[in-house]
Structures are given as structure tokens and as C-alpha cells.
Write a protein that binds this ligand. Structure first.
Ligand SMILES: C[S@@+](CC[C@H](N)C(=O)[O-])C[C@H]1O[C@@H](n2cnc3c(N)ncnc32)[C@H](O)[C@@H]1O
Length: 236
């Protein structure tokens, strides 16, 4: 059973408990997420640079991108990571998808500054990737699983596994559970108003990845302005 309620003009959807096995669960429905990020698109880069830039930079390093690869970024947002990916893979295949038209239009503007590069940006969902089986060398996905209900994460990971080549790399960055002083501040804000956090709550993905047969090679904790992130490199 799903409960729907509304505040700040955005309806939320939740299972009867806001917790899954004692962990905070998603409280903004996937039906609403696109609209939430349409509204946030104008200010997202400020947040992204203040609290997530170190984790995102580390993700790009770990991705070890070489020109000529097939790269898919799911939940590309305003293109903060995609810009770096495309610069490193100018003649490869670069595909970015997102649910939010507002975020995508910012990404298009950012990528328009590059010339002599190949890329595609389109509306799409992580639950149904319009990508052939075993065709992707690198799949990057930043700050999206922290919006997905626990019970729906398996569907997304099955899609990720389907499109990755054998040995392909999966880079994930998420808001994670706080491990250092002050990092619980954001859980506190989320509990008061999930939308104030753009629907993000802390998650830990390593065990779930292993249960889908991924090999987790790196899992790092990064904290910036008290905001806790995990950066994961896994292989199919
Ligand atoms: C917190 S933002 C992160 C954007 C970008 N990855 C970054 O790190 O700057 C979350 C993004 O995930 C997108 N998103 C959420 N659920 C999605 C889904 N199921 N499929 C594709 N995109 C999704 C939202 O529209 C939003 O642009």
C-alpha cells in the first residue's frame, strides 16, 4: 500500500513506514522526481559544487576513461560529470539520460561549449534503458540511488548489468549514511522535509551490488560541507 501526501506543492509517496529494515527510505515518488528536479535545475549546480564536487571528481578519476569507449551516464542531471566524460572520450560513444527536462536543458547548454565531440542527451529512465545488451564499457550513475526506494533498486541494477559488457565498469556516487561528525545533519533535514533535500537520503550500495554479482573494487567515503557521499567502482 502506498500513502500519498502533499506539502510545499509536491506530493510525496511512501510505503506505510518511511524506513526499510531500519534505514531511511525514499519519500518522493519516482512519478514526481522529474518535476522536483525541473524546479531545482536552476540552482542545482551551486549545491552540486558545494557539497558533491570532491566525490564527483574522484568518480571521474576512478572511471579511467579512454577515448573510443562506450559510456552511458544515467541521471546525467545538469551534466557536471558528463562534461568531463565527453572531454575524455571525444570520439567514443557518450550517452546521457535523465528524467528531468529542466536538468537536461542545463546539460545541453553546458555540453554546447564543447566542439568536435560526440554525445547524445535524451529523456529516459534508469528502469528501462534504451540500450542494447552488453554494449557499455562504463556506466556512471551519480546521486540517483539515494532517490530510489529500496524495493525498486534491484530492477535498476538488473538493467545496469544487462547493458554492461563483461568486465565493464560501474561507477556509482550516492549520498550515503554519515560516518563522521556532523554528517547526520542532512538526515535530520530529510526527516523534516524530504523535498528540502531534493528527495535524497543516505544509502549504502556495496552489498546490493555484490548480491547482483558485481565485484566491488573500491568503496570510499567522502564528506564535503558535512554532506556524506560514497564513491564506488564495481565491475560486472
Ligand atoms: C541529485 S540529481 C544528480 C544529477 C547528476 N547525476 C549529478 O551528480 O550532478 C538526481 C538526478 O537523477 C535524476 N533521476 C532520478 N530518478 C531517475 C531515474 N529513474 N532515471 C533517470 N534519472 C533519474 C533526476 O531527474 C536528477 O536529475
Amino acid at each position: 500500500m502506498k500513502l500519498r501526501f502533499s506539502c510545499c506543492g509536491v506530493s510525496c509517496c511512501a510505503t506505510p513506514s518511511f524506513f526499510s529494515e531500519g534505514k531511511l527510505d525514499a519519500r518522493v515518488s519516482q512519478d514526481e522526481i522529474g518535476h522536483v528536479y525541473d524546479r531545482l535545475s536552476g540552482v542545482y549546480d551551486i549545491w552540486g559544487k558545494l557539497t558533491e564536487s570532491r566525490a564527483r571528481r574522484r568518480a571521474i578519476e576512478l572511471a579511467s576513461i579512454e577515448d573510443g569507449q562506450s559510456v552511458l551516464e544515467v541521471a546525467v542531471g545538469t551534466g557536471l560529470a558528463f562534461f568531463e566524460i565527453v572531454q575524455r572520450n571525444p570520439s567514443g560513444r557518450n550517452v546521457g539520460i535523465d528524467l528531468s527536462t529542466g536538468m537536461l536543458s542545463k546539460a545541453r547548454k553546458r555540453l554546447g561549449k564543447l566542439s568536435g565531440v560526440q554525445y547524445e542527451l535524451s529523456i529516459g529512465t534508469a528502469f528501462d534503458l534504451q540500450v542494447e545488451n552488453e554494449s557499455v564499457d562504463l556506466l556512471m550513475n551519480n546521486y540517483m540511488f539515494d532517490l530510489i526506494p529500496y524495493e525498486e533498486m534491484d530492477m535498476v541494477l538488473m538493467e545496469f548489468k544487462r547493458v554492461l559488457k563483461a568486465g565493464g565498469r560501474l561507477i556509482l556516487v550516492n549520498m550515503t549514511e554519515g560516518e563522521k561528525w556532523g554528517s547526520k545533519l542532512y538526515d535530520f533535514i530529510y526527516n523534516l522535509s524530504p523535498k528540502a533535500m531534493g528527495g535524497c537520503r543516505g544509502v549504502r550500495l556495496s552489498e546490493k551490488l555484490k548480491s547482483h554479482g558485481f565485484t566491488v573494487e573500491v568503496r570510499e567515503y567522502h564528506q564535503q560541507l558535512l554532506f556524506p557521499s560514497e564513491v564506488i567502482l564495481a565491475r560486472k
